[in-house]
Ligand binder design. Structure first.
Ligand code: SF4
Ligand code: SF4
Length: 465
Protein backbone atom coordinates (compact mmCIF):
# COMPACT_ATOMS: atom_id res chain seq x y z
CA UNK A 1 0.00 0.00 0.00
CA UNK A 2 1.44 3.43 -0.91
CA UNK A 3 2.27 5.94 1.81
CA UNK A 4 -0.76 7.98 2.78
CA UNK A 5 -1.15 11.37 1.21
CA UNK A 6 -1.38 13.90 3.98
CA UNK A 7 -1.86 17.64 3.61
CA UNK A 8 -0.19 19.49 6.46
CA UNK A 9 -2.53 22.27 7.46
CA UNK A 10 -1.64 24.95 9.98
CA UNK A 11 -3.69 27.71 11.60
CA UNK A 12 -2.90 30.79 9.50
CA UNK A 13 -4.39 33.97 10.91
CA UNK A 14 -6.37 36.44 8.86
CA UNK A 15 -4.57 39.70 8.11
CA UNK A 16 -7.84 41.62 8.30
CA UNK A 17 -10.90 41.18 10.49
CA UNK A 18 -13.36 39.10 8.52
CA UNK A 19 -16.79 40.61 7.96
CA UNK A 20 -19.11 39.01 10.49
CA UNK A 21 -22.60 37.88 9.63
CA UNK A 22 -24.33 39.79 12.38
CA UNK A 23 -23.81 42.79 14.60
CA UNK A 24 -24.93 43.85 18.09
CA UNK A 25 -27.14 46.89 18.47
CA UNK A 26 -27.38 48.15 22.07
CA UNK A 27 -29.65 51.13 22.77
CA UNK A 28 -28.88 53.41 25.71
CA UNK A 29 -32.25 55.15 25.81
CA UNK A 30 -34.49 53.72 28.55
CA UNK A 31 -31.59 51.88 30.27
CA UNK A 32 -32.48 51.05 33.91
CA UNK A 33 -28.82 51.09 34.99
CA UNK A 34 -29.16 47.65 36.57
CA UNK A 35 -26.56 46.97 39.29
CA UNK A 36 -25.17 44.08 37.22
CA UNK A 37 -25.75 44.81 33.52
CA UNK A 38 -26.20 41.81 31.21
CA UNK A 39 -23.29 43.19 29.21
CA UNK A 40 -21.00 42.42 32.15
CA UNK A 41 -22.29 38.85 32.20
CA UNK A 42 -21.11 38.00 28.67
CA UNK A 43 -18.96 34.89 29.18
CA UNK A 44 -16.78 35.91 26.25
CA UNK A 45 -16.13 39.36 27.73
CA UNK A 46 -17.16 40.90 24.42
CA UNK A 47 -18.27 44.24 25.91
CA UNK A 48 -15.15 44.52 28.08
CA UNK A 49 -12.90 43.97 25.08
CA UNK A 50 -14.89 46.31 22.88
CA UNK A 51 -12.88 48.68 20.71
CA UNK A 52 -12.67 50.06 17.21
CA UNK A 53 -10.35 48.68 14.56
CA UNK A 54 -9.25 52.04 13.18
CA UNK A 55 -7.68 50.49 10.06
CA UNK A 56 -10.94 48.98 8.93
CA UNK A 57 -13.33 51.22 10.92
CA UNK A 58 -14.98 48.18 12.48
CA UNK A 59 -16.54 47.78 15.91
CA UNK A 60 -14.84 44.76 17.52
CA UNK A 61 -18.13 43.65 19.07
CA UNK A 62 -19.36 42.36 15.71
CA UNK A 63 -16.61 39.82 15.18
CA UNK A 64 -16.01 38.94 18.87
CA UNK A 65 -19.65 38.08 19.65
CA UNK A 66 -20.28 34.33 19.63
CA UNK A 67 -24.04 34.67 19.08
CA UNK A 68 -25.13 33.03 22.32
CA UNK A 69 -27.96 35.61 22.64
CA UNK A 70 -27.57 35.75 26.42
CA UNK A 71 -27.43 39.54 26.56
CA UNK A 72 -30.24 39.84 24.01
CA UNK A 73 -32.55 37.61 26.05
CA UNK A 74 -31.64 38.87 29.52
CA UNK A 75 -31.82 42.63 29.19
CA UNK A 76 -35.03 43.50 31.10
CA UNK A 77 -35.78 46.47 28.83
CA UNK A 78 -34.92 44.53 25.64
CA UNK A 79 -32.45 47.18 24.60
CA UNK A 80 -29.97 44.77 23.02
CA UNK A 81 -30.58 43.29 19.58
CA UNK A 82 -28.68 41.30 17.02
CA UNK A 83 -29.07 42.14 13.36
CA UNK A 84 -27.58 41.06 10.07
CA UNK A 85 -24.49 43.02 9.10
CA UNK A 86 -25.41 44.89 5.88
CA UNK A 87 -21.79 44.80 4.68
CA UNK A 88 -21.80 41.02 5.03
CA UNK A 89 -25.12 40.66 3.24
CA UNK A 90 -23.88 42.83 0.35
CA UNK A 91 -20.72 40.78 -0.10
CA UNK A 92 -20.13 38.78 -3.32
CA UNK A 93 -22.96 37.95 -5.67
CA UNK A 94 -25.65 35.32 -6.32
CA UNK A 95 -23.03 32.64 -6.95
CA UNK A 96 -20.20 33.60 -4.59
CA UNK A 97 -22.59 34.22 -1.73
CA UNK A 98 -21.59 35.61 1.69
CA UNK A 99 -21.99 32.15 3.25
CA UNK A 100 -19.74 30.51 0.67
CA UNK A 101 -17.12 33.25 0.99
CA UNK A 102 -17.06 33.11 4.79
CA UNK A 103 -16.79 29.31 4.76
CA UNK A 104 -13.85 29.52 2.36
CA UNK A 105 -12.19 32.05 4.68
CA UNK A 106 -12.67 29.71 7.62
CA UNK A 107 -11.17 26.74 5.77
CA UNK A 108 -8.19 28.81 4.58
CA UNK A 109 -7.59 30.05 8.11
CA UNK A 110 -7.93 26.78 9.98
CA UNK A 111 -7.59 23.94 7.45
CA UNK A 112 -10.67 22.45 9.10
CA UNK A 113 -14.03 21.33 7.77
CA UNK A 114 -16.69 23.95 8.57
CA UNK A 115 -19.45 22.62 10.80
CA UNK A 116 -22.73 24.50 10.72
CA UNK A 117 -24.54 22.61 13.48
CA UNK A 118 -26.98 19.74 13.60
CA UNK A 119 -29.32 19.11 10.69
CA UNK A 120 -29.51 20.79 7.33
CA UNK A 121 -31.54 24.00 7.27
CA UNK A 122 -31.12 24.76 3.55
CA UNK A 123 -33.44 24.22 0.60
CA UNK A 124 -34.34 20.75 -0.69
CA UNK A 125 -32.93 21.35 -4.13
CA UNK A 126 -31.41 24.16 -6.17
CA UNK A 127 -29.61 24.98 -9.39
CA UNK A 128 -26.46 23.26 -10.66
CA UNK A 129 -24.75 20.89 -8.28
CA UNK A 130 -27.49 21.58 -5.71
CA UNK A 131 -29.88 19.43 -7.72
CA UNK A 132 -27.64 16.43 -7.14
CA UNK A 133 -27.43 14.32 -4.01
CA UNK A 134 -24.69 11.85 -3.26
CA UNK A 135 -25.44 8.35 -2.02
CA UNK A 136 -24.25 8.16 1.58
CA UNK A 137 -25.59 4.66 2.20
CA UNK A 138 -22.28 3.45 3.59
CA UNK A 139 -22.36 6.12 6.26
CA UNK A 140 -23.94 3.51 8.55
CA UNK A 141 -20.70 1.57 8.26
CA UNK A 142 -18.08 4.27 8.21
CA UNK A 143 -14.42 3.38 8.17
CA UNK A 144 -13.59 1.83 11.51
CA UNK A 145 -11.34 4.57 12.68
CA UNK A 146 -12.20 7.61 10.64
CA UNK A 147 -11.01 8.99 7.33
CA UNK A 148 -7.39 8.99 8.45
CA UNK A 149 -7.59 5.48 9.86
CA UNK A 150 -6.42 2.14 8.56
CA UNK A 151 -8.75 1.87 5.58
CA UNK A 152 -6.99 3.56 2.71
CA UNK A 153 -8.90 6.00 0.51
CA UNK A 154 -6.93 7.19 -2.50
CA UNK A 155 -7.66 10.57 -4.06
CA UNK A 156 -4.94 10.24 -6.69
CA UNK A 157 -5.90 10.73 -10.33
CA UNK A 158 -3.99 10.39 -13.60
CA UNK A 159 -3.88 13.00 -16.33
CA UNK A 160 -2.96 11.87 -19.82
CA UNK A 161 -3.21 9.00 -22.24
CA UNK A 162 -3.87 5.52 -20.96
CA UNK A 163 -3.81 2.67 -23.50
CA UNK A 164 -6.51 0.05 -23.04
CA UNK A 165 -3.88 -2.66 -22.75
CA UNK A 166 -0.09 -3.01 -22.85
CA UNK A 167 1.81 -4.61 -25.70
CA UNK A 168 4.97 -6.48 -24.82
CA UNK A 169 7.77 -6.73 -27.36
CA UNK A 170 11.07 -8.56 -27.41
CA UNK A 171 12.39 -9.60 -24.03
CA UNK A 172 8.94 -8.95 -22.59
CA UNK A 173 9.61 -5.24 -22.65
CA UNK A 174 6.65 -2.89 -22.86
CA UNK A 175 6.26 -1.63 -26.43
CA UNK A 176 5.96 1.95 -27.60
CA UNK A 177 2.29 2.24 -26.68
CA UNK A 178 2.87 3.00 -23.04
CA UNK A 179 0.84 5.27 -20.76
CA UNK A 180 1.81 8.93 -20.77
CA UNK A 181 0.40 10.28 -17.55
CA UNK A 182 1.00 12.68 -14.73
CA UNK A 183 -0.41 11.52 -11.41
CA UNK A 184 -1.60 14.15 -8.98
CA UNK A 185 -2.52 13.12 -5.43
CA UNK A 186 -5.67 15.19 -5.25
CA UNK A 187 -8.15 15.78 -8.10
CA UNK A 188 -7.88 19.55 -7.75
CA UNK A 189 -5.77 21.82 -9.98
CA UNK A 190 -5.20 25.44 -8.99
CA UNK A 191 -5.98 28.03 -11.63
CA UNK A 192 -5.42 31.78 -11.66
CA UNK A 193 -8.86 33.45 -11.48
CA UNK A 194 -10.16 35.91 -14.06
CA UNK A 195 -9.60 38.91 -11.79
CA UNK A 196 -8.02 39.84 -8.49
CA UNK A 197 -5.56 42.23 -6.92
CA UNK A 198 -2.60 40.01 -7.81
CA UNK A 199 1.16 40.45 -7.64
CA UNK A 200 4.31 38.39 -8.07
CA UNK A 201 3.99 37.47 -4.39
CA UNK A 202 0.56 35.99 -5.07
CA UNK A 203 1.80 33.86 -7.98
CA UNK A 204 4.79 32.79 -5.92
CA UNK A 205 2.50 31.69 -3.10
CA UNK A 206 0.16 29.80 -5.39
CA UNK A 207 3.11 28.08 -7.11
CA UNK A 208 4.52 27.04 -3.72
CA UNK A 209 1.13 25.68 -2.70
CA UNK A 210 0.81 23.69 -5.93
CA UNK A 211 4.29 22.23 -5.45
CA UNK A 212 3.65 21.29 -1.83
CA UNK A 213 0.27 19.75 -2.61
CA UNK A 214 1.76 17.83 -5.54
CA UNK A 215 -0.73 19.33 -7.96
CA UNK A 216 -0.50 21.96 -10.71
CA UNK A 217 -1.01 25.71 -11.04
CA UNK A 218 -2.54 26.79 -14.35
CA UNK A 219 -1.40 30.29 -15.34
CA UNK A 220 -0.55 32.42 -18.36
CA UNK A 221 3.15 32.39 -19.36
CA UNK A 222 3.41 36.16 -18.76
CA UNK A 223 2.86 35.51 -15.05
CA UNK A 224 5.76 33.12 -14.68
CA UNK A 225 8.47 35.06 -12.83
CA UNK A 226 11.95 33.57 -12.23
CA UNK A 227 10.81 32.30 -8.80
CA UNK A 228 7.58 30.80 -10.10
CA UNK A 229 9.62 29.22 -12.91
CA UNK A 230 11.59 27.24 -10.32
CA UNK A 231 8.43 25.24 -9.68
CA UNK A 232 8.27 24.20 -13.35
CA UNK A 233 7.04 20.68 -12.69
CA UNK A 234 4.03 22.11 -10.83
CA UNK A 235 3.09 24.61 -13.53
CA UNK A 236 0.59 24.28 -16.33
CA UNK A 237 1.19 27.20 -18.71
CA UNK A 238 -2.06 28.28 -20.33
CA UNK A 239 -1.79 29.77 -23.82
CA UNK A 240 -4.61 31.92 -25.14
CA UNK A 241 -4.18 31.23 -28.85
CA UNK A 242 -3.49 34.81 -29.91
CA UNK A 243 -0.16 35.05 -28.16
CA UNK A 244 2.02 31.98 -28.46
CA UNK A 245 5.04 33.71 -26.97
CA UNK A 246 6.57 31.03 -24.80
CA UNK A 247 9.84 32.72 -23.83
CA UNK A 248 8.94 32.78 -20.13
CA UNK A 249 7.93 29.10 -19.96
CA UNK A 250 10.68 27.29 -18.06
CA UNK A 251 12.21 23.95 -18.94
CA UNK A 252 10.78 21.02 -17.05
CA UNK A 253 7.07 21.71 -17.42
CA UNK A 254 5.05 18.52 -17.67
CA UNK A 255 1.84 19.83 -19.20
CA UNK A 256 0.67 22.78 -21.27
CA UNK A 257 -2.81 24.01 -22.14
CA UNK A 258 -3.86 25.50 -25.49
CA UNK A 259 -7.30 26.58 -26.69
CA UNK A 260 -9.22 24.58 -29.25
CA UNK A 261 -8.70 26.47 -32.50
CA UNK A 262 -8.45 26.10 -36.26
CA UNK A 263 -5.16 24.67 -37.46
CA UNK A 264 -5.05 22.56 -34.37
CA UNK A 265 -2.59 20.02 -35.80
CA UNK A 266 0.01 22.77 -36.29
CA UNK A 267 -0.36 23.79 -32.65
CA UNK A 268 0.05 20.18 -31.61
CA UNK A 269 3.25 19.85 -33.66
CA UNK A 270 4.53 23.15 -32.35
CA UNK A 271 3.96 22.10 -28.72
CA UNK A 272 5.65 18.74 -29.35
CA UNK A 273 8.68 20.52 -30.86
CA UNK A 274 8.87 23.27 -28.25
CA UNK A 275 8.18 21.18 -25.15
CA UNK A 276 9.14 17.61 -25.88
CA UNK A 277 7.65 15.21 -23.38
CA UNK A 278 5.05 17.67 -22.06
CA UNK A 279 1.43 16.56 -22.15
CA UNK A 280 -1.03 18.66 -24.09
CA UNK A 281 -4.38 19.76 -22.70
CA UNK A 282 -6.89 21.39 -25.04
CA UNK A 283 -9.37 23.86 -23.63
CA UNK A 284 -12.88 23.64 -25.03
CA UNK A 285 -15.55 26.18 -24.08
CA UNK A 286 -18.45 24.60 -22.27
CA UNK A 287 -21.07 25.48 -24.87
CA UNK A 288 -23.26 23.96 -27.56
CA UNK A 289 -21.07 21.79 -29.82
CA UNK A 290 -18.57 20.83 -27.09
CA UNK A 291 -19.50 17.14 -27.36
CA UNK A 292 -18.63 16.98 -31.06
CA UNK A 293 -15.49 19.04 -30.51
CA UNK A 294 -14.27 16.81 -27.70
CA UNK A 295 -14.95 13.62 -29.66
CA UNK A 296 -13.06 15.02 -32.65
CA UNK A 297 -10.10 16.06 -30.49
CA UNK A 298 -9.84 12.70 -28.76
CA UNK A 299 -10.12 10.86 -32.06
CA UNK A 300 -7.32 13.10 -33.37
CA UNK A 301 -5.06 11.96 -30.54
CA UNK A 302 -5.60 14.58 -27.82
CA UNK A 303 -5.47 12.93 -24.43
CA UNK A 304 -6.56 15.75 -22.08
CA UNK A 305 -9.57 17.98 -22.64
CA UNK A 306 -10.52 20.84 -20.35
CA UNK A 307 -14.18 21.89 -20.44
CA UNK A 308 -14.25 25.51 -19.39
CA UNK A 309 -17.44 26.82 -17.79
CA UNK A 310 -18.13 30.32 -16.54
CA UNK A 311 -17.25 31.92 -13.20
CA UNK A 312 -20.77 31.15 -11.95
CA UNK A 313 -20.78 27.48 -12.95
CA UNK A 314 -22.71 27.66 -16.23
CA UNK A 315 -22.27 27.10 -19.94
CA UNK A 316 -20.55 29.91 -21.77
CA UNK A 317 -23.39 30.37 -24.28
CA UNK A 318 -26.37 29.58 -22.07
CA UNK A 319 -26.82 30.89 -18.55
CA UNK A 320 -29.56 28.34 -17.86
CA UNK A 321 -27.34 25.29 -18.29
CA UNK A 322 -24.90 24.19 -15.66
CA UNK A 323 -21.37 22.78 -15.54
CA UNK A 324 -22.69 19.55 -14.08
CA UNK A 325 -24.81 18.89 -17.19
CA UNK A 326 -21.96 19.80 -19.54
CA UNK A 327 -19.58 17.33 -17.90
CA UNK A 328 -22.22 14.57 -17.99
CA UNK A 329 -23.02 15.13 -21.66
CA UNK A 330 -19.39 14.94 -22.75
CA UNK A 331 -18.52 12.03 -20.47
CA UNK A 332 -21.45 9.93 -21.67
CA UNK A 333 -20.68 10.66 -25.34
CA UNK A 334 -17.09 9.49 -24.82
CA UNK A 335 -18.33 6.34 -23.04
CA UNK A 336 -20.74 5.69 -25.91
CA UNK A 337 -17.86 5.83 -28.39
CA UNK A 338 -15.73 3.55 -26.22
CA UNK A 339 -12.91 6.11 -25.90
CA UNK A 340 -13.47 7.44 -22.39
CA UNK A 341 -10.88 5.39 -20.51
CA UNK A 342 -7.96 6.41 -22.71
CA UNK A 343 -8.26 10.14 -22.03
CA UNK A 344 -8.68 12.66 -19.24
CA UNK A 345 -11.55 15.08 -18.82
CA UNK A 346 -10.96 18.21 -16.74
CA UNK A 347 -13.61 20.76 -15.84
CA UNK A 348 -13.68 24.30 -14.52
CA UNK A 349 -16.28 26.92 -13.76
CA UNK A 350 -17.63 28.20 -10.49
CA UNK A 351 -16.65 25.31 -8.22
CA UNK A 352 -17.02 26.84 -4.80
CA UNK A 353 -17.43 23.98 -2.33
CA UNK A 354 -15.64 20.71 -1.59
CA UNK A 355 -18.78 18.76 -2.45
CA UNK A 356 -18.60 20.16 -6.00
CA UNK A 357 -15.34 18.25 -6.52
CA UNK A 358 -16.97 14.92 -5.68
CA UNK A 359 -20.07 15.79 -7.70
CA UNK A 360 -18.07 16.87 -10.77
CA UNK A 361 -16.18 13.58 -10.63
CA UNK A 362 -19.41 11.60 -10.34
CA UNK A 363 -20.66 13.49 -13.41
CA UNK A 364 -17.61 12.28 -15.31
CA UNK A 365 -14.65 14.63 -14.76
CA UNK A 366 -11.31 13.14 -13.73
CA UNK A 367 -10.26 16.30 -11.94
CA UNK A 368 -11.33 19.92 -11.61
CA UNK A 369 -9.81 23.39 -11.59
CA UNK A 370 -10.48 25.78 -8.74
CA UNK A 371 -9.90 29.48 -9.38
CA UNK A 372 -11.82 31.97 -7.23
CA UNK A 373 -11.57 29.79 -4.09
CA UNK A 374 -7.78 30.29 -4.12
CA UNK A 375 -8.35 34.07 -4.27
CA UNK A 376 -11.05 34.05 -1.58
CA UNK A 377 -8.65 32.01 0.57
CA UNK A 378 -6.57 35.21 0.63
CA UNK A 379 -9.49 37.10 2.25
CA UNK A 380 -10.89 38.41 -1.05
CA UNK A 381 -14.46 39.71 -0.60
CA UNK A 382 -15.42 39.42 -4.29
CA UNK A 383 -16.14 43.15 -4.33
CA UNK A 384 -14.59 43.48 -7.84
CA UNK A 385 -13.01 46.84 -6.99
CA UNK A 386 -9.80 45.58 -8.61
CA UNK A 387 -11.68 45.30 -11.92
CA UNK A 388 -12.24 49.06 -11.77
CA UNK A 389 -8.61 49.64 -10.74
CA UNK A 390 -9.70 50.75 -7.28
CA UNK A 391 -7.83 49.78 -4.12
CA UNK A 392 -8.36 46.31 -2.69
CA UNK A 393 -9.94 46.43 0.80
CA UNK A 394 -7.74 43.53 1.94
CA UNK A 395 -4.56 44.28 -0.01
CA UNK A 396 -4.36 40.81 -1.55
CA UNK A 397 -1.35 41.81 -3.67
CA UNK A 398 0.69 42.66 -0.57
CA UNK A 399 0.24 39.30 1.16
CA UNK A 400 3.51 37.42 1.74
CA UNK A 401 4.07 34.40 -0.50
CA UNK A 402 4.41 32.00 2.44
CA UNK A 403 1.11 33.17 3.92
CA UNK A 404 -0.56 32.82 0.50
CA UNK A 405 0.82 29.30 0.13
CA UNK A 406 -0.30 28.13 3.57
CA UNK A 407 -3.80 29.58 3.19
CA UNK A 408 -4.27 27.69 -0.07
CA UNK A 409 -2.78 24.51 1.40
CA UNK A 410 -5.24 24.82 4.28
CA UNK A 411 -8.15 25.26 1.91
CA UNK A 412 -7.21 22.27 -0.23
CA UNK A 413 -6.52 20.28 2.97
CA UNK A 414 -10.06 20.98 4.20
CA UNK A 415 -11.53 20.06 0.80
CA UNK A 416 -9.41 16.91 0.68
CA UNK A 417 -10.77 15.84 4.07
CA UNK A 418 -14.33 16.48 2.87
CA UNK A 419 -13.67 14.44 -0.24
CA UNK A 420 -12.44 11.61 1.97
CA UNK A 421 -15.58 11.94 4.12
CA UNK A 422 -17.87 11.82 1.10
CA UNK A 423 -16.03 8.91 -0.49
CA UNK A 424 -15.92 7.02 2.81
CA UNK A 425 -19.68 7.52 3.23
CA UNK A 426 -20.23 6.26 -0.32
CA UNK A 427 -18.03 3.23 0.27
CA UNK A 428 -15.60 4.38 -2.45
CA UNK A 429 -11.92 3.81 -1.88
CA UNK A 430 -10.45 5.37 -5.02
CA UNK A 431 -11.22 8.70 -6.71
CA UNK A 432 -10.48 7.06 -10.07
CA UNK A 433 -13.36 4.66 -9.47
CA UNK A 434 -15.70 7.47 -8.53
CA UNK A 435 -15.44 8.99 -12.03
CA UNK A 436 -18.75 8.72 -13.86
CA UNK A 437 -20.31 6.63 -11.05
CA UNK A 438 -23.70 8.27 -11.55
CA UNK A 439 -25.29 5.38 -9.68
CA UNK A 440 -23.77 6.92 -6.54
CA UNK A 441 -25.92 10.01 -6.93
CA UNK A 442 -29.49 11.07 -7.49
CA UNK A 443 -30.40 13.88 -9.85
CA UNK A 444 -33.44 15.98 -9.01
CA UNK A 445 -34.43 16.50 -12.66
CA UNK A 446 -34.40 12.74 -13.30
CA UNK A 447 -36.36 11.94 -10.15
CA UNK A 448 -38.92 14.61 -10.97
CA UNK A 449 -39.26 13.29 -14.51
CA UNK A 450 -39.63 9.65 -13.45
CA UNK A 451 -42.08 10.49 -10.66
CA UNK A 452 -44.31 13.11 -12.21
CA UNK A 453 -43.90 12.96 -16.01
CA UNK A 454 -46.71 10.44 -16.49
CA UNK A 455 -49.15 12.66 -14.66
CA UNK A 456 -49.05 15.07 -17.56
CA UNK A 457 -49.14 18.83 -17.39
CA UNK A 458 -51.76 21.01 -15.79
CA UNK A 459 -53.28 23.39 -18.28
CA UNK A 460 -53.47 26.98 -17.19
CA UNK A 461 -56.83 27.75 -15.60
CA UNK A 462 -57.62 24.13 -14.72
CA UNK A 463 -58.33 23.61 -11.03
CA UNK A 464 -57.40 20.43 -9.18
CA UNK A 465 -60.25 18.78 -7.28
S1 SF4 B 1 -24.83 37.54 22.32
FE1 SF4 B 1 -23.63 36.39 23.85
S2 SF4 B 1 -21.52 36.50 23.11
FE2 SF4 B 1 -22.67 38.07 22.01
S3 SF4 B 1 -22.31 39.90 23.23
FE3 SF4 B 1 -24.27 39.01 23.93
S4 SF4 B 1 -23.69 37.71 25.66
FE4 SF4 B 1 -21.78 38.18 24.57
S1 SF4 C 1 -11.30 41.95 -2.32
FE1 SF4 C 1 -12.17 43.01 -4.08
S2 SF4 C 1 -10.51 44.30 -4.86
FE2 SF4 C 1 -9.57 42.73 -3.53
S3 SF4 C 1 -9.03 41.04 -4.90
FE3 SF4 C 1 -11.05 40.61 -4.10
S4 SF4 C 1 -12.45 41.42 -5.64
FE4 SF4 C 1 -10.47 42.35 -6.01
Amino acid sequence: MPAKYVIHTEQTANRFRPLSKSGVIAWEEGCLKCPVCVKRQCVYGVYDKRGVDSRQMMDSIDYLCMNCFRCVQNCPKELIHKSLNPEYVAMGDYHWSPDIISRLWYQAETGKIPVSGAGYPGPFSGPGFDSMWTDMSEIVRPTRDGIHGREYISTMVDLGRKPGYLLFGEGNKIGDDRPEVISIPVPIILRVPEFGDLSELTFEGWARAAAELGTLLALEPGRISPFVGQKASSLMPVLDGSNMDTASIPEGIRIIEVPDQDGFQEVLDWVNDSFPGALLCVRVPMAEGMVEKTLALVQAGVSIVHLEGTWDGRWQDDGKRFVKDGIRAVHLALVEKGIRDGMTLLASGGLSMAEHVAKAIICGADAVFIDFPILIALECRMCRRCLKELSCPVDVAKAEAQWVAQRVINLVGAWHNQLLEVMGAMGMRDARRLRGEAGRAMFFEELEESTFAEMGEIEEGVELE
